[in-house]
Design a protein around this ligand. Structure first.
Ligand code: SUG
Length: 457
């Protein structure tokens, strides 16, 4: 579409953060995610988790960034338990699952939809041949607890981005290992400004149809969640041409060190790609492919292994930061508190990032510890959607944060959330009832209509 056809030049990034759900807990569900594996069984504080998330959203809104919110999902997912053969009343289903299969009960209680970087892959309208914004919910088939998300995610996205003239929704890819898709956590759009034509960097961990070839590099310890075939399929759905997309393999050693998504080792914004030396298997080839396609010079900001070890990158989540554009052309990096607690990482932030020749002019520290203990940093908690002014005007529901909505959501959390949730509490039928009451009220606050299974009948 030409600029003449598209008068709307005011493109801005809206970060849609996932509101942490009332069943937030530490279940040790995610193989290859070091924080999740080491914190399973701890007592969680869902209220604090949700308030930490809301405080981050409010701080970014107050700083002038556009902030959106996505609702949590219905948990415990009793429908999933029934599909697995647990029957009888809700109380009986929960009791039997708790007795016979406690790990399955934990999975159907996970509040993992808070990590909306895994909700979907999004292509903004300037890059799509039909001039619409394209969405594909991630199938998240790598783990059972996350595989339960895409159906509701699809309904939520369709409810908010409802206007078919402006928004296109694709089905999640087939939920099978060959098309394992983890959404925007493995996707970065690089462009001059948000409204300029972008190049899409898709990062995958393994090739599905390459078996038979002994030489294909793959992680040895932990699973590679994203496949090349999945990334290619999403690019195809969205109509991206070869000249708009780069497919790069993640370094298998990084996956084995706990980098289960690319956004644990790299983050891009505008023309800037902040990445660790061990992010890509073929670093030089990846940068070259990006440069060939981009219409503006790429600004790589490379952090060498000698400055930050893989262990420190994974422990601090330095790269799971939000890199945000400011009106004066500078950028702000929103890092988790853990970066400040790690001496070599904090030194790198000062010496390499702030003092370096790059647009990053400010580093803001945010405390999202409740989420971090499950391996979710600031960047995991948000889905980036670049939208023009008219597209923002076409959003349905009340999902763009302002002071009033922030106040209502905070009061809602304080009314409904527990401040202590241990694994054994998940079988409590009162918890299931509390969440339904809370979510029904929330869909009213957000004005998104009926998106939950219990509302659909
Ligand atoms: O998929 N953790 C999530 C964390 C997702 C982080 N997202 C991004 N990097 N974009 C996961 O591994 C742990 C749940 C538990 O163990 O209770 C969990 O699912």
């Amino acid at each position: 579409m030409s600029d003449q056809q598209r008068p709307d030049r005011d493109y801005r990034e809206v970060n849609f953060d996932g509101l942490v759900g009332p069943t937030h807990n530490y279940a040790g569900l995610a193989l290859g995610n070091v924080a999740s594996m080491s914190h399973g069984g701890l007592v969680a504080n869902p209220r604090e988790a949700a308030l930490q998330g809301l405080a981050k959203m409010k701080a970014l809104m107050d700083a002038g960034y556009l902030q959106g919110v996505l609702p949590p999902q219905q948990r415990p997912d009793l429908g999933a338990l029934r599909a697995l053969g647990f029957s009888g009343s809700d109380e009986r289903v929960l009791a039997r699952a708790a007795g016979d299969a406690p790990q399955i009960l934990r999975a159907v209680c996970s509040a993992s939809s808070m990590w909306t970087a895994n909700a979907a892959t999004v292509t903004p309208s300037p890059d799509a041949p039909d001039g619409r914004v394209h969405f594909t919910p991630a199938n998240l088939q790598s783990s059972f607890h996350r595989f339960l998300e895409p159906a509701t995610t699809g309904r939520v996205l369709a409810a908010i981005f409802r206007d078919e003239a402006r928004f296109a929704h694709h089905p999640a890819l087939p939920a099978t290992p060959a098309f394992s898709d983890e959404g925007a956590a493995n996707h970065t759009r690089l462009a001059g400004g948000h409204g300029d034509a972008g190049v899409h960097l898709f990062v995958y961990g393994r090739e599905a149809f390459g078996w038979g070839s002994e030489t294909l590099p793959a992680p040895k310890r932990f699973p590679a969640r994203q496949t090349l075939e999945a990334s290619q399929a999403v690019a195809r759905q969205h109509g991206l041409a070869e000249s708009q997309a780069v497919f790069a393999q993640q370094h298998p050693e990084a996956i084995d060190a706990g980098v289960f998504h690319n956004d644990v080792i790299a983050v891009g914004n505008g023309p800037v790609l902040l990445y660790h030396e061990m992010a890509f298997l073929d670093e030089a080839g990846t940068l070259e492919a990006l440069r060939e396609r981009m219409r503006t010079p790429l600004i790589p900001v490379r952090i060498p292994l000698e400055a930050v070890s893989l262990e420190d990158a994974v422990g601090s989540y330095l790269f799971n930061s939000q890199l945000l554009s400011n009106p004066d052309g500078s950028m702000t990096l929103v890092v988790p508190g853990e970066c400040q607690e790690n001496a070599s990482v904090w030194r790198t932030v000062q010496d390499h990032l702030l003092a370096g020749a790059n647009p990053i002019g400010e580093v803001v520290v945010k405390d999202v510890k409740q989420s971090m203990r499950n391996g979710g940093g600031p960047a995991c908690l948000r889905l980036r959607v670049v939208l023009g002014a008219e597209e923002r005007g076409a959003l349905a529901g009340r999902v763009l944060l302002d002071d009033a909505l922030h106040g209502e959501l905070t009061a809602w959390v304080e009314r409904h959330y527990r401040d202590r949730l241990a694994p054994e509490d998940l079988a409590d039928p009162a918890l299931a009832r509390e969440t339904l009451v809370a979510l029904d009220e929330l869909s009213g606050i957000l004005e998104i209509g009926s998106v939950y299974p219990f509302q659909l009948g």
